[in-house]
Design a protein around this ligand. Structure first.
Ligand code: HSE
Length: 417
């Protein structure tokens, strides 16, 4: 193994983690960071100024640098850096999920043409090696679904609300202080960060490149006391999940909150942990859990990518031609049972209630929605500060536990919240 000359972009939570781990490992056989490019020349940092450059060309045009590690926030700037680096035949490791959700295929093609590695394990689910796993397995043994908790910030918030009765804003502030949240946490709490990861994971799972705008999406930014108490009353927890798979013989993808009971592995996924649930035809269900955000867990995936480059590993991206999943239009008549809350006055959408309660101006309860209405309903619900959470567990074919809960709900006429 030879040591790489590394150019690091960004020295925030993840960039510093990469720096610390390489230093801690004292593993110059793997590589040495030659230059670190940052935006702000004035900001005080924990290592001396000589380590930093402020002009990206100083790294991108340096022929001695053979690996770029990109950990900056700005997706447009990250795209320019990564594309230029690949054009200059440098191996690239990136953690930028938004950039990948829009440009993954284009950049993959450039890397292939240039014969260099383009790896991004840290972009999705932090420390869990899910991209590598999907890239290597589940081809002949057909994948039925992959999904789970893909965002550490929202899981931390939901856990803290549930365990410590913290209010949303306090829990979010803690997640920001711990370096889990994006610099603009809107992407976390509105589910977009989970969606970007779902797009990357779906590409490696099925060779399908999903369109950001088409996938039904609701985060947890509109969660309120009624939703929290409704979940507690039924001994359920709320989690934010992303799902990509086949339901009733149709391809389905979404990012939505879900109610889970104590038999679900997601119920026990707490703090900033992420979880991936998947099932293939012969393997049966599998579950992976690990820290999904934070400096060292995320940087550990980058270091693993570096090690892989040293071993000449490249993603195979081979699923495009082998998996035929049919047309993805999300227009099919697939029924979802959901918990739903909306303002009684917002009547842009017709809800097929199974059980409905009213408190102040809010109507809430259990409802049926079709997949083809889900996108529109989630958009309307978000606009009017309502909330939706799946009542059926998408990975449990029989849905027995949650069905029992529906029966319980049907029997209750008055709900105390
Ligand atoms: N903001 C992201 C999260 C960071 O909370 O999961 C890791 O991608």
């Amino acid at each position: 193994m030879r040591g790489f000359n590394i150019g690091l972009f960004g020295f925030g939570t993840v960039g510093q983690g990469v720096y610390d781990i390489l230093k801690d490992l004292n593993y110059s056989k793997l590589g040495t960071i030659q230059k670190i490019c940052v935006k702000d020349p004035v900001k005080s940092r924990k290592i001396s100024k000589e380590n930093f450059v402020y002009n990206k060309e100083e790294i991108l045009l340096d022929e001695k640098i053979d690996v770029i590690i990109e950990t900056i926030d700005d997706p447009e700037e990250a795209f320019k850096i990564v594309k230029t680096a690949l054009d200059h035949k440098k191996h690239v490791i990136t953690a930028n999920k938004k950039m990948l959700a829009y440009h993954l295929k284009e950049l993959t093609n450039i890397a292939k043409t240039q014969g260099v590695a383009f790896l991004y394990e840290a972009s999705s689910c932090g420390s869990i090696p899910i991209i590598r796993l999907l890239d290597n397995f589940y081809t002949i043994d057909e994948l039925l679904y992959v999904g789970g908790i893909f965002n550490g910030t929202t899981n931390y918030i939901l856990h803290k609300i549930d365990e410590e009765n913290l209010i949303f804003q306090t829990a979010l502030k803690q997640a920001q202080e711990k370096g889990f949240a994006e610099s603009d946490p809107t992407n976390d709490i509105e589910g977009l960060d989970s969606l970007y990861k779902l797009i990357i994971i779906t590409y490696h799972a099925y060779g399908i490149m999903l369109d950001v705008k088409k996938v039904p999406l609701l985060g947890i930014s509109t969660l309120n006391d009624i939703d929290i108490k409704f979940a507690k009353k039924h001994h359920l927890k709320i989690r934010l999940v992303a799902y990509s798979g086949i339901k009733n013989n149709q391809y389905v993808a979404f990012v939505l909150p879900i109610f889970v009971n104590k038999n679900s592995p997601l119920y026990h996924t707490e703090y900033e942990y992420n979880a991936v649930v998947l099932e293939s035809r012969y393997s049966s269900q599998q579950f992976l859990k690990g820290k999904g955000a934070g400096s060292y867990p995320t940087a550990s995936s980058i270091i693993a990518d570096l090690q892989s480059i040293a071993n000449n590993y490249k993603y195979r991206n081979h699923k495009e031609s082998t998996v035929n999943i049919g047309t993805i239009d999300f227009d099919k008549d697939i029924k979802f049972v959901v918990y739903l809350r909306k303002n009684v006055l917002s009547d842009n959408i017709l809800i097929n209630w199974e059980k409905r309660y009213v408190l102040d101006n809010q109507e809430f309860g259990i409802a049926n929605v079709n997949l083809k209405e889900l996108k529109k309903i989630t958009e309307e619900i978000r606009k009017s500060n309502g909330f939706i959470a799946l009542w059926n567990d998408p990975w449990n074919r029989k849905n027995t536990h949650l069905e029992n809960h529906i029966e319980q709900v049907k029997e209750v006429n008055q709900i105390e919240i």
